[in-house]
Design a protein around this ligand. Structure first.
Ligand code: BDR
Ligand code: CA
Length: 311
């Protein structure tokens, strides 16, 4: 079992990722950092509390992550895609918050689990960047770091150039790509291919003894309806954040390339990620090399999703 610290902004696809992680026999969640992104930090905390509550896993610490990008500008949210509070039309306003820890709990977990810990970032990169700046050399001991983010040589989703997690805090993404080495980036290039259909979710929602059954269909119906606006005719929607978790726990089913990653912070090209994909790339001095996932086994990923969600 991988010990995983999740950084999330639920949001519907993050909610599916949290459910997947709670159900996966290969994942042991040691903490969930809630930060701004699809929704405000407060909504991210409430939505995560709601899911832990349903799963009876309130023992998992929830951690207060970043509430705004490093630029100091107000955060941009995506309530249009994720619903009034980030969970479609589900009414979860009365969920009690429990067991919420301050940001430095992240450092305690890094010290505690060190070489056994995997950090997974599924939101703008603010909390991860702050961890790089403040956890000192300890973060270098962490076993592996995975980031859902970036759009390489393909259109973005938050803008025509940029993927939402990078666009949400490009300065943070720049810190991560200049301080972090060997991080695996799972970009839109592959997450856009992981389309979970409404029929798959309908089938899962018939498993009436599973804790999440009642909420799967309302969440996907809402999310896929919103996706019609940007991807007309799509049946279902891409579950970006689940894509990362499935990749992480199925090592033989994806391929990566090692490249230096660059992030634009200028207004005009804000959040654009780029890398030199020529067979022999030109190297920039003192810039670390990270991994970019460029191909996945979609059929295997969707089967894995169904198997885990059905367990
Ligand atoms: C990523 O941005 C968010 O909207 C999603 O939750 C996902 O993490 C996709 O670009
Ligand atoms: Ca997310």
């Amino acid at each position: 079992m991988k010990k995983i610290l999740l950084i999330v902004d639920p949001g519907i696809d993050d909610s599916f990722a949290i459910m997947y992680a709670l159900l996966s026999p290969k994942i042991d969640i040691v903490g969930i950092v809630c930060q701004f992104g699809n929704v405000s930090r407060e909504d991210a905390l409430r939505n995560s509390s709601f899911l832990l509550n349903l799963a009876r896993r309130e023992d998992i610490p929830l951690i207060n992550g970043a509430s705004a990008p490093l630029s100091g500008l107000p955060p941009e949210h995506y309530y249009d895609i994720h619903g009034t509070h980030g969970m479609g039309e589900l009414n979860i306003k009365n969920t009690m918050f429990k067991n919420i820890y301050p940001f430095h709990k992240i450092y305690d977990l890094i010290t505690k689990y060190g070489k056994d810990l995997t950090i997974v970032s599924l939101s703008p990169l603010t909390s991860l960047a702050l961890t790089y700046l403040h956890a000192g050399s300890n973060i270098r001991d962490v076993k592996e770091i995975f980031v859902m983010g970036g759009a390489f040589l393909v259109p973005g989703n938050a803008s025509h150039l940029a993927e939402a997690n990078i666009y949400g805090d490009p300065h943070a993404a720049k810190i991560v790509t200049t301080h972090g080495e060997g991080i695996t980036f799972v970009p839109l290039n592959v997450s856009h291919r992981s389309i979970v259909s409404k029929e798959m979710i309908h089938y899962l929602s018939l498993q009436t003894d599973a804790p999440f059954s009642p909420i799967l269909k309302p969440l996907m119906d809402y999310y896929s309806e919103q996706y019609q606006l940007s991807m007309p005719g799509i049946n279902g929607a891409p579950l970006h954040d689940v894509t990362l978790l499935s990749i992480l726990t199925n090592e033989d089913h994806y391929t990566t390339v090692n490249r230096q990653i660059f992030v634009d912070t200028d207004d005009l090209t804000k959040g654009l990620t780029h890398a030199d994909f020529r067979p022999v790339p030109e190297m920039v001095d003192d810039h670390p090399i990270n991994k970019i996932v460029l191909d996945i086994n979609v059929e295997h990923l969707l089967n894995d999703f169904m198997k885990v969600m059905n367990s």
